[in-house]
Structure formats: C-alpha cells, structure tokens
Design a protein around this ligand. Structure first.
Ligand code: ADQ
Length: 812
C-alpha cells in the first residue's frame, strides 16, 4: 500500500490571494489539525472552496497513510494538480523521516497561517487600489498623480514583502528538504495520481479512491472525523459506496483557465500556468516578484503601481467557480436551433470571466476535435446497463466533453427524433452520465470535482439533472456543495407523457409527485420540466419579457402555476451572440461566391455586394433597389410561418423579394415549396438546415421577418441587427426586449414591431418598413447603423449568469 508521510502544504485561495499552510517539515502532522486549519480558512471567509495544494512534500511513512490519503482526496477534488504533486505523490513506499516535536510545528504552522492571512488582506487592498488607479487614470502619468494617495499602499507593499519573504524562506527550507530527499532516492515508483481513463466500469469514485489508493486505515480515519454517508448511486457500482467524500468542502477546484502543457514526466510546465498557480517562490521571488514589476520608485523614493503588462485578476474575482453547462445540442457540433448556439457560446463568455467551464453534450457523430478519454462507465436505463465513453477537447478556454453511446450515435440529424419513450431514455442516460463527468472525466489532467461546482441545465431535455442531483446525490450526502440552475429556452416543449413514464427515470417512488401535473391540455400527466423547475436551485429564462410571459396562463403552457410558485428563483437574462461566429466583418461564409465581409465603415459597399451575391445564389433577379426580405427558423407554429403565408399575396404585389429558410413541420415545408413554385421570380423557399445559407441570408437581406407567436429570446433578430439587416418582429418575449421600434420623429429605434400575431398587423409594420426603405434612405441607414453599433456580445449576459450562479452556490 502506498504510504506517504508528512506533508507541507501551500494552499492558495484565489488568484489574488495566497495562503501558506504548512504542516511542518520533520514531524508527524495530525490529519485532524490540518483538516481543521483548512476548515478554519473556509469558515473565516477565505473562500476555502478554492484551496489549491501546490506543494505537498513527501517524507513518507506508514503511520501517515491516513493523512496522505485524505490529502490526496482533497487534492483530487481540487482540479488541476501542480507538478509538485504529480511528482512527489508518486513517491510512495519510501522510508519514513520521523518528525520532531509536534507542538512546535503546530505553532509554526499557526504563525505562518497568521502571516499568510495578513499578506492576503494586504494583497486585496493593494489590488483594489491598483484597480482604482487603472480605472481612474490613463496610464503612468495619471498614476503618478495618485501617488500621494498610494502612500498607504507603499507602506503596505514593504510590509507585505517582509511577510512574503519570511514565508518564502520557509518555502525554500521546505524545497531544500525536498531536494535533499530526492537526491537520496530518486527512484520514484510510477504511480499516477490522476485517473486518466481506463475501464472504470466496476468501481465508483468513492470506493475506488478509498480502497485502491488508501486502504482500510484511511476509511477508519475518515470515519472518526467525518460523517459516514450511504451512497444512492444508480448502478450496481454505486451501491458499494459507503463513505462520503470527506473533503467536499475544502477540496474544491481552483481556476485553470489555460490548458497546461504536460512534460514527458507528466508534470505541468509553469510557463503555461496562470500566475496564481505558480509556487510562491516563483511568484514572490524578490527580483522576479510580480509586485516588483508592478511597482516603481519615483523621485521621492515612493513606490507607485505602474506596470500595465501584469495580467489582471479574473473578472469574476473571488467568485471563480467550476461551471458545467449540459445541453442536448452544442454548436458547431450539433444544432437544431438557438439552444445549440447558446451552448456553444455562453460557456466561452463565462470562461473569459475566469471560471473553469465545461460543456457536456451527447456525441451524435464523429467529431473531429474531441479525443477519447478512455473513461468508460455504465448507467442503467430502463433496467439495462448502457455503456458510455467520454470524448473531450479544449477550445477557447472551455472543455467540451461529449458522451458517446450507441443511443446517441448517428442521431445528428434527428436529435429529438424517435418516439416519446426513445427520447426520454436518451435524456435519462444523458443526464445520468453528465452529472458524474466532474468525478470521472479528466480535463487538462484533472477532474473538476464537485465542491465548487454549478451545473447549468437547459430545457426539458436536461431538466432531470437537478432532480437526479437531489435524489441520487444530495439525499445521500454526496455532491453536497454542487448546485444546478435550469435555463428555460422554450417552455412549449416539456417532456410530457403518461404518469407511468416515471418508471423510466429510475427514482425512488416518493419522487413521483414532483413530476405529476394536471392541466387542461394533458389532464394528470408526467412532466419532466415541472420536476426540474421545482428541483433547480435557480431558474433563468432567456429574456425579461419571456420571464414575465411564463407566469401567464397564455405563456406558461401549463407550467405557469409552478413558475409563479418559484418566482423567487426566476430571472430573465437576454441571450448574447457569438461575435466570432456572427460578425459581418469576420464571417467565414462571406468570403466566397461573391460575398464579402463588411463593417460599419464599409456597410454601403459590402452589404449591397452580399445582397447581389445572395440574389445570384438563389437565382433571383439581381436588383439593388428591390427590398430583399428574409426568414430563417424552425418551421412550426411558434415561428408564425402561417402569418407569412397569409401575407404572401400582399407581399408579392409590393415588388419585393422573399427568401425563407427552414425545416420542421412537413406541412409548413410544403408551404415554402409552394410559395416558390407560385412566385418563382420573387420567392425562394429553401427547405433544409444550412448554417452557411443562414449566414448569407442574414448578410444579404435588407429585412428580417420574425412574426413568432412567442419568442423566448430569438437570436436571428440579434444576428440581423449586427449585420445591418432591419428586423420586423412580433413584439413578444425577447423580440420586444431587443427590437426597439423605429421612431421617425426622434430618429431612434432598431426596426419595426407589431403587437398582435395577426396578418394585418404584420402587413402594417412591414408596409411602414418598406416605405422607409424606399423613401427615407437616411433614416434607413440610421436604423442599420444603430443596430450594428450595439454591443450584443455574450459578455453582459455572462456577467448576469454569474450572479445567478453565485446565488445558487451559496443557497441552502
Ligand atoms: N433551417 C435552418 N438552417 C440553418 N440555421 C437555422 C435554421 N433554422 C434555424 N436556424 C438557426 O437556429 C438558430 C435559431 O435560433 P432562435 O433563437 O431563433 O430559435 P429557437 O426557437 O430554435 O431557440 C429557442 O432557444 C433560443 C436560445 O435561447 C431562443 O433564442 C429562442 O427564442 C427559443 O425559441 C439560429 O442560429 C438560426 O440561424
């Protein structure tokens, strides 16, 4: 059995703050004291959920196996592992170096902690002041003006340096000890500390760690200090679990925004590591100290903060957390509509704020980027064991994990296809497998862990996730600090079925009530969205307008009662757009076939060129001054295609061109074909799903029509506005929130709206739009420009999501 001895821990809390926690170099530390110190940090508000062990020193010894295994467990939950750990925790089976006086070390530990706390507080103040200087000045000159105000900072810097260097000395001692230890014996056994795959179908997380790595003594020791919890897993393997994860509260992850380079020894190269993950000796070396770089002496010998090159702390500040967005589709790999766009873009914006972010989606096809992780698990679905494997890739700061199973394979064109029970079973499997990804799937070397974790579930497909989180885990003392928010993109699809469908979700009988709903549409039935809304810690929907509509009997689709009861946890956040994908300036789909990229500056040349290219591609007469109207969307009742159908006779009398792109209900697809065949010189009905054509219509059309009966947010009008294409929309949900009507008196507004989903209203709004297009070119251009000048990026939305996630995290 592996035996690792006395440990020196350097524990970091956040990027801004570091805390040194040492257990003593040559003594036998008690696990209880170490654990209680860690808890102290947590309890005293130092945000223990981000503890980061970066330098465990191995001195080994049978007697310390309890400590080491608990620390290992703690570290496992931390997320990425510092090279020190990979390297030295391999040093199992070494001779013990016996400790000296326990109390002495205990005191030293305490003293160091006190010092570290001071450093931490000072750093906070300094950073705050530094930020204020940056915000209020434009560089060095103005920073100098502030120097008087910074006198306090200068003193603090000096004070802090003293403390840091005393801590640093301790670290150097520690490291020297370690070097001499390694020199004594460098034949480290090759024991990997991170599970990087292999067949794990037999073991669950807890039992594997306890029995494989730690042995009985560990379990015994844990049981003395921590509650024993019975697992409620959902496959046979899970039932073995008899012990809670002992360090959930402290062993949570820090924030690794970059992929770490792994050396051949499996160590992490520090040049790719965020500064806060570096050892204090690297960060605080007096010559290379970041603070040294930050400061400069002025003529009076006073130090001021100057250096603008130093990376700012994460935007999320102390709120950095692990976030896993779980969705049935994720662009660009899978997409049937707006959900795919959101799943592909929101996580990147959250990552830009400094969070560690993952997306989990089913693997419907053979995607190029994600690589097999080697991790395999089995989950019960309708009484059968179904094996899943996990694929992973890291793009734009986000880990994308895809769950592979025969149930998902080759479904890319039929994501929600099959009968009701087929879809339900797929979603049961997906949610069961997704929820354990943070335990089993290493990303960049380590798993996310469940301590500082919030899931973002989306629509009914993943509404089982908050239910499973409670029933399988929270109810059994597992994942205690993990939270789940649920996002409503479209309440019209709810996962309804007969009450007997409860059998498929494989939950304890008493959970049946949360799924039961009785409404005029379905009578008493089984409703997955209903259960998810009740169990989620917070609920978000994709616009303020839709948040309001959901609470009405017209907009709630039978769930308005539940939504009203849970109003306290509902918030509307308007979607953003992925400006990398959807920007006329950089749009990849505008680089060929006569299209061109354009910007606000080149609008008057670029957009007409795209229009001509589109007319040509569609086989319509290439005429610059004919208004070209576009429609893009799923063909169903929601999108109001029938309203367009009724308006077609009027439209074709107007000397306009119309192009409609969509798939969906066969009768509506047929309608599109019919429009085209009846008005070949004016109308094109493109039945199919083509991202390229969607981009090109958005760029080439003058007007985008969205007569949706309801629209939770709507992305196409956002894309349109950023391409200088003017939206004409039914003022509902997110369309009302985002398209402010044109006001000719004030030359304000972004498009035209109509307030009832009726054909004559649509015609009235579109008529005014066409009049302005033809007669008031300056006004038209003003509308285009205002649309293009908006900041529609995901960054604002991400900040709002972060607030919700933080609230969920601290919610009990
Ligand atoms: N035939 C086709 N070919 C190519 N691309 C096509 C296409 N049909 C649709 N698309 C694309 O799919 C996306 C549709 O997004 P929407 O937000 O308009 O609709 P959806 O109703 O699917 O989403 C739901 O979720 C989103 C996200 O929250 C909400 O904005 C919305 O109101 C809600 O109904 C756009 O990117 C669009 O270009």
């Amino acid at each position: 059995m592996a035996s690792i001895g006395s440990l020196s821990f350097i524990v970091e809390t956040t990027m801004e703050n570091s805390v040194l926690l040492r257990s003593g170099n040559h003594r036998r530390p008690s696990f209880a004291s170490l654990a209680s110190q860690l808890r102290n940090f947590h309890d005293c508000g130092l945000n223990g959920s981000k503890f980061w062990c970066i330098s465990p020193k191995v001195v080994s010894g049978e007697a310390f196996s309890g400590l080491s295994s608990n620390c290992e467990k703690m570290i496992n939950g931390c997320g990425r592992v510092h090279p020190w750990r990979s390297k030295h925790l391999k040093a199992t089976g070494k001779d013990s170096v016996e400790g000296k006086d326990g109390d002495e070390s205990e005191d030293a530990l305490q003293a160091t902690i006190e010092k570290s706390k001071k450093v931490l507080a000072m750093q906070r103040d300094l950073l705050q002041q530094s930020r204020e200087v940056r915000a209020g000045t434009e560089g060095v000159v103005l920073a100098r003006i502030k120097k008087r105000e910074q006198l306090g900072s200068v003193n603090m810097i000096a004070e802090r340096k003293k403390l840091v260097s005393s801590i640093k000395n301790s670290i150097i001692n520690t490291e020297e000890d370690l070097v001499s230890y390694n020199e004594k014996d460098n034949s480290l056994p090759n024991t990997d500390i991170v599970s990087t795959g292999g067949d794990h179908t037999d073991g669950d997380y807890t039992s594997r760690n306890l029995s494989d790595s730690y042995g009985h003594s560990t379990a015994d020791q844990i049981s003395e200090t921590l509650p024993i919890v019975v697992s409620g897993g959902f496959d046979e393997g899970e039932k073995d679990t008899e012990t809670n994860l002992p360090f959930e509260k402290v062993s949570t992850d820090a924030y690794p925004p970059k992929k770490f380079k792994e050396t051949s020894l499996g160590q992490v190269s520090s040049d790719t590591m965020p500064s806060f993950l570096l050892r204090p000796s690297e960060r605080f070396s007096l010559k290379d100290d970041k603070l040294e770089e930050l400061t400069e002496q002025d003529g009076n010998g006073e130090e001021i903060v100057l250096n603008e090159d130093v990376k700012p702390p994460p935007l999320a500040g102390a709120n950095v957390m692990n976030i896993i967005l779980v969705a049935a589709e994720c662009a660009p790999w899978s997409k049937t509509g707006g959900l795919g766009d959101v799943a592909g873009a929101l996580p990147k914006a959250l990552a830009r704020r400094g969070h560690r972010v993952m997306v989990v989606a089913p693997r419907y096809g053979n995607y190029a980027e994600p690589q097999e992780t080697g991790v395999r698990k089995r989950y019960k679905v309708d009484g059968q064991d179904v094996e899943v494997t996990y694929f992973q890739t890291y793009i734009d700061g986000v880990d994308f994990v895809f769950i592979d199973s025969h149930m998902f394979r080759h479904m890319e064109n039929n994501i929600y296809g099959g009968n009701r029970v087929d879809i339900l079973k797929r979603m049961v499997l997906f949610c069961k497998a997704a929820i354990e990804v943070p335990w089993y799937v290493p990303c960049g070397g380590t798993c996310y862990g469940d301590g500082n974790l919030v899931f973002i579930a989306n629509d009914w497909h993943t509404a089982l996730l908050p239910v499973f989180l409670k029933a399988y885990y929270h109810d059994n003392g597992l994942m205690k600090y993990t939270r789940c928010i649920l996002v409503i993109h479209n309440i019209a699809h709810q996962g309804r079925g007969p009450v007997d469908d409860f059998l498929y979700v494989d939950l304890p009988q008493h959970y049946i009530d949360i799924f039961k709903l009785c409404d005029p549409v379905g009578g008493e039935h089984f409703n997955i969205f209903a259960a998810g809304l009740k169990m989620a810690d917070r609920v978000v929907t994709v616009s303020h307008g839709y948040a309001w509509e959901l609470k009405t009997s017209e907009g709630g689709w039978g769930l308005d009662g539940i939504i009203n009861e849970n109003n306290w946890k509902l918030k509307g956040i308007v979607n953003g757009i992925d400006t990398k994908e959807w920007s006329p300036q950089f749009d990849f789909h505008l680089t060929s076939d006569g299209y061109t990229n354009y910007s606000l500056e080149t609008l008057q040349i670029g957009k007409p060129q795209c229009k001509a290219a589109l007319q040509k591609e569609l086989g319509l007469p290439v005429r610059e001054n004919v208004p070209l109207i576009g429609f893009i969307g799923r063909l169903d009742h929601q999108k109001g295609v029938d309203l367009i159908a009724e308006a077609i006779p009027w439209m074709v009398d107007q000397d306009v061109q119309l192009v409609m792109l969509g798939t969906g209900r066969p009768d509506l697809e047929q309608l599109l074909r019919q429009f085209e065949s009846q008005h070949r010189d004016k109308v094109r009905g493109w039945v199919g799903f083509s991202v390229k054509v969607a981009h090109r219509i958005t760029a080439g059309a003058d007007i985008l029509l969205m007569p949706s009966r309801f629209e939770p947010c709507g992305l196409n009008q956002l894309y349109a506005m950023s391409y200088g294409t003017v939206p004409v929309v039914h003022a509902v949900g997110g369309l009302r929130d985002t398209v402010h009507p044109f006001d000719p008196f004030n030359e304000s507004g972004l498009g035209w709206t109509f307030d009832k989903a009726e054909t004559n209203r649509l015609i009235h709004a579109l008529g005014n739009c066409l009049l302005t297009y033809r007669e008031y070119r300056n006004s038209w251009e003003g509308i285009q420009r205002r649309g293009m000048m908006q900041d529609l990026s995901w960054d604002n939305a991400a900040q709002n999501y972060e607030e919700v996630l933080v609230t969920a995290k601290y919610q009990w």
